[in-house]
Design a protein around this ligand. Structure first.
Ligand code: GUN
Length: 298
Protein backbone atom coordinates (compact mmCIF):
# COMPACT_ATOMS: atom_id res chain seq x y z
CA UNK A 1 0.00 0.00 0.00
CA UNK A 2 1.37 3.37 -0.92
CA UNK A 3 1.57 5.77 1.96
CA UNK A 4 1.98 9.42 1.14
CA UNK A 5 4.63 10.92 3.41
CA UNK A 6 3.80 14.26 4.98
CA UNK A 7 6.58 16.47 6.18
CA UNK A 8 6.49 17.73 9.76
CA UNK A 9 5.46 21.25 10.63
CA UNK A 10 8.65 23.21 11.27
CA UNK A 11 8.17 25.15 14.52
CA UNK A 12 9.33 28.74 14.04
CA UNK A 13 10.96 29.51 17.39
CA UNK A 14 12.46 32.68 15.99
CA UNK A 15 9.02 34.10 15.20
CA UNK A 16 7.53 33.05 18.54
CA UNK A 17 10.49 34.58 20.38
CA UNK A 18 10.21 37.82 18.40
CA UNK A 19 6.50 38.05 19.28
CA UNK A 20 7.21 37.50 22.99
CA UNK A 21 10.08 40.00 23.01
CA UNK A 22 7.87 42.65 21.40
CA UNK A 23 5.17 41.98 23.98
CA UNK A 24 7.71 42.11 26.80
CA UNK A 25 9.10 45.43 25.53
CA UNK A 26 5.62 46.93 26.01
CA UNK A 27 5.38 45.58 29.56
CA UNK A 28 8.88 46.86 30.38
CA UNK A 29 7.91 50.30 29.09
CA UNK A 30 4.78 50.24 31.25
CA UNK A 31 6.83 49.21 34.29
CA UNK A 32 9.09 52.22 33.73
CA UNK A 33 6.20 54.61 33.17
CA UNK A 34 4.02 53.38 36.03
CA UNK A 35 6.58 52.41 38.66
CA UNK A 36 9.88 54.05 37.63
CA UNK A 37 11.44 50.59 37.48
CA UNK A 38 13.92 49.60 34.75
CA UNK A 39 14.57 45.85 34.97
CA UNK A 40 18.32 45.37 35.20
CA UNK A 41 20.35 42.27 34.39
CA UNK A 42 23.99 41.70 35.37
CA UNK A 43 25.77 39.31 33.01
CA UNK A 44 29.10 37.76 33.98
CA UNK A 45 31.40 36.36 31.31
CA UNK A 46 34.61 34.80 32.59
CA UNK A 47 37.36 33.79 30.16
CA UNK A 48 37.38 33.80 26.39
CA UNK A 49 35.25 30.89 25.21
CA UNK A 50 34.17 32.17 21.76
CA UNK A 51 30.71 30.53 21.83
CA UNK A 52 29.98 32.01 25.28
CA UNK A 53 31.08 35.46 24.06
CA UNK A 54 28.56 35.22 21.19
CA UNK A 55 25.74 34.04 23.49
CA UNK A 56 26.41 36.86 25.95
CA UNK A 57 26.50 39.44 23.18
CA UNK A 58 23.17 38.18 21.80
CA UNK A 59 21.58 38.21 25.25
CA UNK A 60 22.79 41.76 25.86
CA UNK A 61 21.47 43.02 22.51
CA UNK A 62 18.06 41.39 23.03
CA UNK A 63 17.81 42.79 26.56
CA UNK A 64 18.63 46.30 25.37
CA UNK A 65 16.04 46.01 22.58
CA UNK A 66 13.39 45.10 25.17
CA UNK A 67 14.33 48.09 27.36
CA UNK A 68 16.16 46.00 29.96
CA UNK A 69 19.36 47.53 31.32
CA UNK A 70 22.40 45.26 31.13
CA UNK A 71 25.49 45.45 33.31
CA UNK A 72 28.24 43.52 31.52
CA UNK A 73 30.98 42.14 33.69
CA UNK A 74 33.83 40.59 31.71
CA UNK A 75 36.62 38.90 33.64
CA UNK A 76 39.78 37.21 32.36
CA UNK A 77 40.16 33.41 32.47
CA UNK A 78 42.66 33.95 35.28
CA UNK A 79 40.03 35.53 37.58
CA UNK A 80 39.81 33.71 40.90
CA UNK A 81 36.74 32.09 42.36
CA UNK A 82 36.98 34.46 45.33
CA UNK A 83 36.96 37.47 42.99
CA UNK A 84 33.89 36.21 41.11
CA UNK A 85 32.08 35.37 44.38
CA UNK A 86 32.80 38.85 45.71
CA UNK A 87 31.46 40.47 42.54
CA UNK A 88 28.33 38.30 42.60
CA UNK A 89 27.89 39.36 46.24
CA UNK A 90 27.95 43.02 45.20
CA UNK A 91 25.20 42.40 42.61
CA UNK A 92 23.16 40.45 45.18
CA UNK A 93 23.30 43.45 47.50
CA UNK A 94 22.48 46.08 44.88
CA UNK A 95 18.73 46.76 44.85
CA UNK A 96 19.01 48.24 41.33
CA UNK A 97 20.07 44.81 39.99
CA UNK A 98 17.14 42.45 39.44
CA UNK A 99 18.75 39.54 37.63
CA UNK A 100 22.17 37.92 37.64
CA UNK A 101 23.44 35.54 34.98
CA UNK A 102 26.83 33.86 35.15
CA UNK A 103 27.54 32.43 31.72
CA UNK A 104 28.57 28.78 31.79
CA UNK A 105 30.90 27.01 31.37
CA UNK A 106 33.26 28.71 33.79
CA UNK A 107 37.04 28.18 33.65
CA UNK A 108 38.05 24.92 35.37
CA UNK A 109 39.69 26.82 38.21
CA UNK A 110 36.29 28.08 39.38
CA UNK A 111 33.70 25.76 40.95
CA UNK A 112 30.45 26.54 39.13
CA UNK A 113 28.39 25.10 41.99
CA UNK A 114 29.95 27.50 44.48
CA UNK A 115 29.07 30.45 42.26
CA UNK A 116 25.51 29.23 41.65
CA UNK A 117 25.02 28.66 45.38
CA UNK A 118 26.15 32.24 46.03
CA UNK A 119 23.43 33.79 43.82
CA UNK A 120 20.48 35.44 45.49
CA UNK A 121 17.72 32.97 44.45
CA UNK A 122 15.37 35.91 43.77
CA UNK A 123 17.87 37.21 41.16
CA UNK A 124 18.82 33.82 39.70
CA UNK A 125 17.29 34.32 36.24
CA UNK A 126 18.87 31.06 35.04
CA UNK A 127 16.89 29.11 37.64
CA UNK A 128 19.99 27.16 38.63
CA UNK A 129 20.17 27.90 42.38
CA UNK A 130 19.20 24.87 44.51
CA UNK A 131 16.28 26.85 45.95
CA UNK A 132 14.81 27.41 42.47
CA UNK A 133 15.49 23.79 41.48
CA UNK A 134 13.69 22.69 44.64
CA UNK A 135 10.76 25.00 44.00
CA UNK A 136 10.39 23.61 40.48
CA UNK A 137 10.58 20.03 41.75
CA UNK A 138 7.95 20.82 44.39
CA UNK A 139 5.64 22.43 41.81
CA UNK A 140 6.01 25.84 43.47
CA UNK A 141 6.59 29.26 41.91
CA UNK A 142 10.19 30.27 41.27
CA UNK A 143 12.59 31.20 38.51
CA UNK A 144 12.67 28.46 35.86
CA UNK A 145 15.68 27.76 33.58
CA UNK A 146 15.30 29.64 30.31
CA UNK A 147 15.85 26.90 27.72
CA UNK A 148 13.36 24.39 29.19
CA UNK A 149 10.86 27.19 29.70
CA UNK A 150 11.23 28.02 26.00
CA UNK A 151 10.76 24.35 25.07
CA UNK A 152 7.49 24.16 27.02
CA UNK A 153 6.16 27.32 25.39
CA UNK A 154 6.84 25.86 21.93
CA UNK A 155 5.26 22.52 22.89
CA UNK A 156 2.11 24.14 24.25
CA UNK A 157 1.76 26.37 21.20
CA UNK A 158 2.15 23.35 18.94
CA UNK A 159 0.04 20.80 20.79
CA UNK A 160 -2.28 22.77 23.05
CA UNK A 161 -2.61 20.86 26.29
CA UNK A 162 0.18 18.41 27.08
CA UNK A 163 -2.03 16.55 29.55
CA UNK A 164 -1.35 12.81 29.61
CA UNK A 165 1.18 12.81 26.77
CA UNK A 166 4.19 10.49 26.84
CA UNK A 167 7.31 12.68 26.85
CA UNK A 168 10.93 11.60 26.57
CA UNK A 169 13.72 13.95 27.61
CA UNK A 170 17.09 12.85 26.27
CA UNK A 171 19.76 14.33 28.56
CA UNK A 172 19.88 15.04 32.29
CA UNK A 173 21.84 18.28 32.61
CA UNK A 174 20.93 20.81 35.29
CA UNK A 175 20.57 23.48 32.60
CA UNK A 176 18.11 21.63 30.36
CA UNK A 177 17.26 17.93 30.79
CA UNK A 178 16.28 17.79 34.47
CA UNK A 179 14.28 21.04 34.53
CA UNK A 180 12.62 20.16 31.19
CA UNK A 181 11.45 16.89 32.75
CA UNK A 182 10.06 18.77 35.77
CA UNK A 183 8.19 21.23 33.56
CA UNK A 184 6.71 18.41 31.47
CA UNK A 185 5.61 16.69 34.66
CA UNK A 186 4.04 19.94 35.88
CA UNK A 187 2.16 20.01 32.54
CA UNK A 188 0.82 16.50 33.35
CA UNK A 189 2.95 14.54 30.89
CA UNK A 190 4.13 11.01 31.62
CA UNK A 191 7.85 11.68 31.62
CA UNK A 192 10.87 9.50 30.94
CA UNK A 193 14.42 10.81 31.24
CA UNK A 194 16.96 9.04 29.04
CA UNK A 195 20.73 9.53 29.24
CA UNK A 196 24.06 8.05 28.26
CA UNK A 197 23.38 4.85 30.24
CA UNK A 198 19.88 4.27 28.89
CA UNK A 199 19.78 0.78 27.40
CA UNK A 200 17.64 1.06 24.29
CA UNK A 201 17.33 4.74 23.55
CA UNK A 202 15.81 4.20 20.11
CA UNK A 203 13.01 2.09 21.63
CA UNK A 204 12.36 4.71 24.34
CA UNK A 205 12.17 7.36 21.62
CA UNK A 206 9.70 5.38 19.52
CA UNK A 207 7.27 5.23 22.45
CA UNK A 208 7.26 9.00 22.94
CA UNK A 209 4.73 11.50 21.64
CA UNK A 210 7.11 14.30 22.65
CA UNK A 211 10.90 14.12 22.37
CA UNK A 212 13.12 16.82 23.89
CA UNK A 213 16.68 16.18 22.70
CA UNK A 214 19.33 17.81 24.89
CA UNK A 215 22.40 15.60 24.77
CA UNK A 216 24.93 17.77 22.99
CA UNK A 217 25.70 15.20 20.28
CA UNK A 218 25.34 16.16 16.61
CA UNK A 219 22.34 14.67 14.81
CA UNK A 220 22.09 11.87 17.37
CA UNK A 221 18.34 11.23 17.21
CA UNK A 222 17.61 9.47 13.92
CA UNK A 223 14.54 9.32 11.72
CA UNK A 224 13.77 5.68 12.49
CA UNK A 225 13.80 6.41 16.25
CA UNK A 226 10.84 8.77 16.06
CA UNK A 227 7.16 7.78 16.16
CA UNK A 228 5.13 9.06 13.19
CA UNK A 229 3.48 12.33 14.19
CA UNK A 230 5.63 12.91 17.30
CA UNK A 231 6.66 16.43 18.30
CA UNK A 232 10.43 16.83 18.44
CA UNK A 233 12.17 19.69 20.25
CA UNK A 234 15.86 19.96 19.41
CA UNK A 235 17.90 21.78 22.05
CA UNK A 236 21.31 20.96 20.52
CA UNK A 237 23.71 23.59 19.23
CA UNK A 238 26.69 21.71 17.76
CA UNK A 239 29.31 23.12 15.44
CA UNK A 240 30.36 20.65 12.74
CA UNK A 241 32.65 20.93 9.73
CA UNK A 242 30.94 19.89 6.50
CA UNK A 243 32.51 18.04 3.56
CA UNK A 244 33.00 21.46 1.94
CA UNK A 245 35.27 22.42 4.86
CA UNK A 246 32.78 25.01 6.11
CA UNK A 247 31.48 25.05 9.68
CA UNK A 248 27.76 24.89 10.31
CA UNK A 249 25.51 24.52 13.33
CA UNK A 250 23.43 21.36 13.71
CA UNK A 251 21.18 20.11 16.47
CA UNK A 252 20.99 16.85 18.42
CA UNK A 253 18.40 15.59 15.91
CA UNK A 254 19.07 14.43 12.34
CA UNK A 255 16.68 17.05 10.98
CA UNK A 256 16.53 15.87 7.35
CA UNK A 257 15.44 12.39 8.47
CA UNK A 258 13.18 13.32 11.36
CA UNK A 259 11.28 16.01 9.43
CA UNK A 260 9.94 13.22 7.21
CA UNK A 261 8.48 11.30 10.16
CA UNK A 262 7.59 13.71 12.97
CA UNK A 263 4.42 15.76 13.23
CA UNK A 264 6.35 18.87 14.24
CA UNK A 265 10.02 19.68 14.78
CA UNK A 266 12.13 22.67 15.80
CA UNK A 267 14.93 23.64 13.41
CA UNK A 268 18.51 24.46 14.40
CA UNK A 269 19.17 27.33 14.26
CA UNK A 270 15.87 29.20 14.65
CA UNK A 271 14.05 26.87 17.05
CA UNK A 272 14.83 26.69 20.74
CA UNK A 273 17.82 29.09 20.73
CA UNK A 274 15.82 32.31 20.27
CA UNK A 275 13.33 31.13 22.90
CA UNK A 276 16.11 30.81 25.49
CA UNK A 277 16.89 34.49 25.11
CA UNK A 278 13.23 35.55 25.17
CA UNK A 279 12.70 33.56 28.38
CA UNK A 280 15.78 35.10 29.98
CA UNK A 281 14.26 38.53 29.40
CA UNK A 282 10.90 37.40 30.77
CA UNK A 283 12.59 35.95 33.84
CA UNK A 284 14.39 39.25 34.41
CA UNK A 285 11.14 41.18 34.12
CA UNK A 286 9.36 38.79 36.48
CA UNK A 287 12.22 38.90 38.99
CA UNK A 288 12.08 42.72 38.96
CA UNK A 289 8.30 42.72 39.54
CA UNK A 290 8.53 40.20 42.40
CA UNK A 291 11.35 42.12 44.08
CA UNK A 292 9.14 45.24 44.06
CA UNK A 293 6.12 43.30 45.29
CA UNK A 294 4.26 43.98 42.03
CA UNK A 295 1.70 41.58 40.60
CA UNK A 296 2.80 39.93 37.37
CA UNK A 297 0.52 41.01 34.53
CA UNK A 298 1.09 37.76 32.66
N1 GUN B 1 25.60 28.30 28.81
C1 GUN B 1 24.85 27.70 27.85
N2 GUN B 1 23.53 27.95 28.06
C2 GUN B 1 23.47 28.71 29.17
C3 GUN B 1 22.39 29.29 29.90
O1 GUN B 1 21.21 29.15 29.57
N3 GUN B 1 22.74 30.01 30.99
C4 GUN B 1 24.03 30.16 31.39
N4 GUN B 1 24.28 30.86 32.49
N5 GUN B 1 25.05 29.64 30.74
C5 GUN B 1 24.77 28.92 29.64
Amino acid sequence: MAVSARRATVIDGKAVAAERRADLAKRVAALKADHGLTPTLAVFLVGDDPASAIYVRNKGAAAAAAGIRVIDVKLPATASEADLLARVGVMNGDPAVNGILVQLPLPKTIAADAVIDALDPAKDVDGLHPENIGRLAAGRDGLVPCTPRGCLILLERTLGTLDGRRALVVGRSNLVGRPAAQLLLRANCTVTIAHSRTRDLAAECRRAEIVVAAIGRSEFVRGDWVAPGATVIDVGINRVTGSDGKDRIVGDVAFAEVVEVAGAITPVPGGVGPMTIACLLENTYEAACRQRGLELDQ
